[in-house]
Ligand binder design. Structure first.
Ligand SMILES: [Zn+2]
Length: 237
């Protein structure tokens, strides 16, 4: 279910999605917070609280996401938080999970700053209550759950060594949004009818490796759609 809200601070129209999982969580725990970080370069977060019917029940604005901007470059933030953890978090966001991030407040702030730059106005859900999360990622611990696509995101983070910081962020931003669009397209296509792997790959202009990656995300997001990818004679030969 897609919803929109006008940010009371900057008057920008923002969009977010409420899925069944979030609604059932709201049923158990009252309200579910949805964080929408936006406004570039004046970055702030609007936290919308939705109830089990998906209705807005309140909001808050978090303003202090800007202070650290001057002193840190994206690559420094990634180094501080850890490439592998950033990769996991971004993969979780692409996969549409509600994430709970455990860490010291300063690192969490840096993380939000980084995500705001990379994801710009894209929707993602970082919850502030562990009970509401699908996945908990600790910035301190070495033992975190494995998420689909994290290796791919890690390889993206390692790319573009000779780019400027802005160039690097743009590269990440474009590649991540392309991947999200492709996952969305596959879901839309499979919702209408069955497709052969070859036809899907041609339609999306992706290679075997990218197709497997997209399939991993579909498997975690919409496992019911997997058997709509059918094997055709072309896939075998
Ligand atoms: Zn705003």
């Amino acid at each position: 279910m897609k919803r929109s809200i006008t940010c009371p601070k900057c008057n920008k129209m923002l969009y977010y999605e409420i899925n069944d999982k979030m609604r059932s969580k709201a049923r158990v725990s009252g309200l579910v917070p949805i964080t929408i970080i936006h406004g570039y370069p004046d970055t702030h977060a609007l936290v919308v609280y939705v109830d089990a019917n998906g209705a807005n029940r309140g909001y808050e604005i978090i303003e202090n996401l800007v202070d650290l901007r001057v002193s840190y470059k994206s690559r420094e933030i990634i180094k501080i938080i850890g490439e592998d953890k950033v990769a996991k978090i971004i993969a979780g966001i692409i996969g549409g999970y509600n994430l709970y991030i455990e860490g010291d407040p300063e690192s969490i702030k840096l993380l939000h700053l980084l995500l705001a730059k990379i994801l710009k106005r894209q929707f993602f859900s970082i919850v502030d209550n562990e009970k509401l999360a699908d996945v908990k990622i600790s910035l301190m611990s070495k033992k975190n759950p494995k998420l689909p696509g994290e290796k791919y995101v890690l390889s993206l983070l390692k790319e573009g060594k000779d780019l400027s910081d802005d160039g690097y962020i743009n590269m990440l931003s474009v590649r991540i949004s392309q991947l999200k669009t492709k996952i969305r397209s596959v879901i839309d296509m499979l919702e209408t009818r069955s497709w052969s792997k070859t036809d899907l790959m041609n339609e999306l202009e992706v290679n075997e490796k990218e197709f497997e990656l997209i399939k991993q995300f579909i498997k975690s997001k919409r496992p019911d759609l997997l058997d709509k990818i059918i094997t055709s004679i072309l896939d075998i030969f």
